[in-house]
Design a protein around this ligand. Structure first.
Ligand SMILES: CC(=O)[C@@H](O)[C@H](O)COP(=O)(O)O
Ligand SMILES: NCC(=O)COP(=O)(O)O
Length: 243
């Protein structure tokens, strides 16, 4: 598949804003720049502790995003009520621990299948496409296929944080196997977490992947090169990887 889509996660524009409680930089402005620069979608993670994206951002972005909103959220009643009201095009269900610095692993779908299936049903009833953020683990992939979600997002964090080349190659092999297995089960497959300008190409080259969600590296590069160039450069690398 030639096309690969880029979902730009703008969480950390909000991190910078919240660092001093100012109105700037505004994630709403960031989303517009990212879309003009080639983002195929905008991803935001409304965390329970609102450490970066806040409810105001979600409300306004739902009215201003021209591509599509991918709302990442924990599987809680609070978030399901918010998502049902906001009706983003996509919801990505992620695990959340208040004390974590960032997402540490994939959602345990297999261990809470009934809860996840109910959540998927509630979101689907609102016309929302559901993606489950999971590790490249066959048991989790099979559980996701049974959950009613149309998509999964393979967690690429261990690949991104590998300590050496052989570990990274092993993690990449695990991702490739998981993507192909999920695709074979009829799931649409995205991937993300920790992807950078230096490690994105081998993942983007996996033909069955529909979309990569990338944020921290893009916002980091934007500090030096500007957001538009940071987004365009990442998109170019992804398309180059597809050949
Ligand atoms: C689920 C995932 O991997 C990220 O999109 C998530 O947003 C990471 O959390 P922070 O953005 O809070 O680092
Ligand atoms: N789900 C992954 C995402 O949205 C962005 O993760 P990161 O690039 O900020 O690590």
């Amino acid at each position: 598949m030639r096309d690969i889509f880029l979902g730009v996660n703008i969480d950390h524009v909000a991190t910078l804003r919240n660092a001093r409680g100012t109105a700037y930089p505004d994630p709403v402005h960031a989303a517009e720049i990212a879309e003009r620069a080639g983002a195929d979608g905008i991803t935001i993670h409304l965390r329970e502790d609102r450490r970066h994206i806040i409810d105001r951002d979600v409300e306004i972005l739902r009215q201003t995003i021209q591509t599509r909103m991918n709302l990442e959220m924990a599987v809680t009643e609070e978030m399901l009520v918010i998502a049902s009201r906001i009706k983003p095009q996509f919801c990505c269900l992620v695990p959340e621990k208040r004390e974590e610095l960032t997402t540490e692993g994939g959602l345990d779908v297999a261990g809470q299948q009934h809860k996840i299936r109910l959540a998927c049903g509630r979101l689907a009833a609102e016309g929302i496409e559901v993606s489950l953020f999971i590790d490249a683990d066959k048991r989790q992939i099979e559980a996701a296929a049974e959950s009613g979600a149309g998509y999964i997002e393979i967690h690429t964090g261990q690949y991104a944080e590998a300590h050496n080349e052989s570990e990274q190659q092993a993690e990449l092999a695990r991702i490739i196997e998981g993507v192909k297995y999920a695709h074979g089960l009829g799931l649409k497959v995205n991937a993300g977490h920790g992807l950078t300008y230096h490690n994105v190409k081998p993942v983007a080259a996996i033909a069955e992947i529909v979309e990569l969600n990338i944020g921290h590296a893009i916002v980091g590069r934007a500090v030096f090169d500007g957001l538009a160039k940071a987004v365009a450069d990442m998109k170019r690398l992804m398309l180059e990887a597809r050949g």
